[in-house]
Design a protein. Sequence first.
Length: 101
Amino acid sequence: MWEPILPTDWGPPSTATLARVRDVRTAQFWDRDHALSKSLGGPEHAPKGSRVDKIQFEMRPYIWDFVAIYPPGSETPSFTGAPIVSVVSDVHEEVARLARD
C-alpha cells in the first residue's frame, strides 16, 4: 500500500518505484486518503506480529513504512516491523520460515 506521507508525495508511485517489489504474489495500491490506516485505527492499533514486533519509530498519525506478513489462512500477522529498510533481513527470515512450515 502506497500513501502520501512526505510533502513530495503528490501522486501514486511511478512504474519504476512499483518495480522495486518483484514478487508476483504481491499487489500494490495507492491510498491517497489513508483509508487503510484510518480503517486500522492509526498507528496505536497497527497489527501486532505474533512472533516479532519491531516498530522503530513514531508513525503518527498514519501507519507507514510498515510491513506485516500474514501466513496463509491467518488473520494475524506472524511478523510486523518498521521502517521496512531496518527489517528487510527479518522479512526474508520470516518468509523462509513460513515456506518451511
